[in-house]
Design a protein around this ligand. Sequence first.
Ligand SMILES: Nc1nc2c(ncn2[C@@H]2O[C@H](COP(=O)(O)OP(=O)(O)OP(=O)(O)O)[C@@H](O)[C@H]2O)c(=O)[nH]1
Ligand SMILES: [Mg+2]
Length: 482
Amino acid sequence: MQPSPFDDTIAAIATPVGSGGVAVIRLSGPLALAIADRLFRKPDLDTLDPPLASRPGKQFLYGWIVDPDASPEPSAARHGSRGARRVDEVVMLVFRAPHSYTTEDVVEFQVHASIAGVQKTLMLCLAQGARLAAPGEFTKRAFLGGRLDLAQAEAVGDVTSARTEISLQAAISQLEGNLSDITRRIRDPIKHVLGQMEASIDFPDEIDEIPPGELSRQIGRVRGDLRNLLATAAHGKLLREGISLAIVGRPNVGKSLLLNALLRWDRAIVTDIPGTTRDVIEETLAIRGACFRVIDTAGIRGDAADQVEVLGISRSRQALASADLRLVVLDGSRPLTPEDREVLEAAAKQPSLIVMNKVDMVADPHAAIAALRPDAHGMPIVAISAKFATGLADLEQALLELALGGEVSTVAGVAINARHEAALRAAEASLEKAMETAAQAMPLDFVAIDLRAAIAALGTITGEDLTEEVIDHIFANFCVGK
Ligand SMILES: Nc1nc2c(ncn2[C@@H]2O[C@H](COP(=O)(O)OP(=O)(O)OP(=O)(O)O)[C@@H](O)[C@H]2O)c(=O)[nH]1
Ligand SMILES: [Mg+2]
């Protein structure tokens, strides 16, 4: 048995619950091989000889999962086998420490994906001494075992939840270690400067101090790289959770028809009765790989028909205030109403686009857009017809520009998450303090303190300077079995 940093063995179902072709049950830890030896039988129901514990290298075996404590099947004696109660026909994969996902001994049973069979196999693993794995615990072991750093471990979660091809590519890039490499490339020059500084503090007679100008130049260069990486935060949000986009406006302007047109299916009810949408409706929309969470809302008006609409409108106002982006829909075939103006004014305080809808009913859309400008508060205007699906490509382009300046791009394919962003901002603040301190010709000791803080903040991205509590919190967001 290989030494393991953990003294217990964990088990979990690694595939989604439900019936299907194949499900995987995963075991990891010092007892994994012994448990598999108890539960696995060859096709003729004989036990493995030699047992797994004495077989070196990876194994790939076909046979049965049996319940070793149940009485044998009546037919067992007839077959001349040792007898056992079969649970499922399986393929077993065996990975020996340290060459496994978790760096421990790992066994994976590929079973038929029946809800009962999968549960039974898991229960047998638990009965033989395994413990049910916590969410993300396999990946946490891979991290603590040193196979993945924290940024890579987080990428595993991103890979499994990727909703578009670009999100998947960014997650794979992070899993390969690109974010970790970029972070180190930012951190190493700071370490280098700090090293020089400490040497000149410790041996003032032998090593010259770095001239303050040179110091500022070096830190400034690092800060530039750090800011480039920080600039991917908006992309990261777009790729991971999707940016929330509220469709707002007064009743009957065509908000729900616009949602349907963007989604290319009839998600929301559309009628010519004002006040049709009563509650917020949320759907995921991918535009060139970027992920938006589009929210259709109840039309905002002062004279709601009933209590339900009053509550719906209060949710619309909430969405208008809290979404990342807003589409203010106007009926281009009619003059602006006070309600339109109220929504325009509220939206103008945050990133928003004006959608002049129903241009199929307008003789001269250009003139209509020009007439709208004074009330647009500087927001971009796109003319469309939700009914005839015209202008949608322009609208999508304008949305991408509003979300991230047009391009869905990343630094070396990497887009940071909120945790990385916070760490980079802390590092940036420390670098700025270091530059200020250096500029004021303060003793180098003070600059060194700030540089150390920047190094520590960057270290949290790859997981070098983190408390157990923070690490647990990160893995708690994973699904069980990962
Ligand atoms: N001609 C034309 N009619 C449209 C267009 N977009 C929407 N409509 C019509 O306008 C009416 C209202 O559309 P909805 O999408 O239900 O409007 P809404 O803004 O969601 O309305 P509420 O849910 O009441 O707030 C329907 O009769 C639509 O067919 C358009 O581009 N051109
Ligand atoms: Mg509606």
